[in-house]
Design a protein around this ligand. Structure first.
Ligand code: ADP
Length: 166
């Protein structure tokens, strides 16, 4: 069975993440989407909220598991017998960071965890969770960026009245 893991912050999950999830799920038997519980970041959504969002947004994809982890990805992958990590690449600016993380994980895991990259679909190449939060906080329209129920949750966090969104 070919298992893969798509790790990330998903704060919140965007249509760009969901596109990568669908495409990754179509080329492996089981895809675990796992939320990194990074104590150094101050997320907008709790891990529990992000698990619920991802579960709802991927409910039509049969071979998906949603989970969370803290600590090293290589440890989590070893414990779950997963040898492939999936990451999305948007622009060249993602590349340098991703290259470093992928090589570190390969070495740390003694070549037991390799990373595969999916290139973003053109229509989502500009999308990032931080961009979505920045737009929403100031009442910008994020309907093109996230599923509708996530849009509602983001506006609610910032106390933005959806009917006043420009
Ligand atoms: P992290 O904090 O680990 O970078 P993110 O949730 O921001 O977590 O991103 C998780 C992964 O999804 C990363 O590989 C990132 O490059 C990728 N990603 C984010 N947005 C997009 C997008 N619009 N299209 C393709 N990949 C994306």
């Amino acid at each position: 069975m070919k298992k893969a893991i798509y790790p990330g912050s998903f704060d919140p999950p965007t249509l760009g993440h969901l596109d990568i999830i669908k495409r990754a799920a179509s080329v492996c038997d089981e895809l675990t989407v796992s939320i990194l519980n990074n104590i150094e970041k101050k997320p907008l959504f709790s891990v529990e909220e992000r698990v619920k969002m991802l579960e709802e947004a991927t409910k039509d994809i049969p071979n998906i598991k949603i989970d969370s982890f803290s600590g090293l990805l290589v440890d989590y992958a070893r414990e779950n017998d997963i040898h492939v990590a999936i990451r999305g690449l948007r622009a060249i600016t993602d590349f340098e960071y991703e290259l470093q993380v992928a090589q570190t994980n390969r070495i740390l895991s003694k070549e037991q965890l390799d990373t595969m990259f999916l290139i973003t679909s053109l229509e989502y190449s500009y999308l990032s969770s931080s961009g979505v939060k920045e737009m929403a906080r100031f009442g910008g329209d994020i309907s093109m960026c996230v599923p509708e129920f996530i849009m509602d949750m983001v506006y609610q966090k910032y106390g933005i009245d959806k009917s006043k969104v420009k």
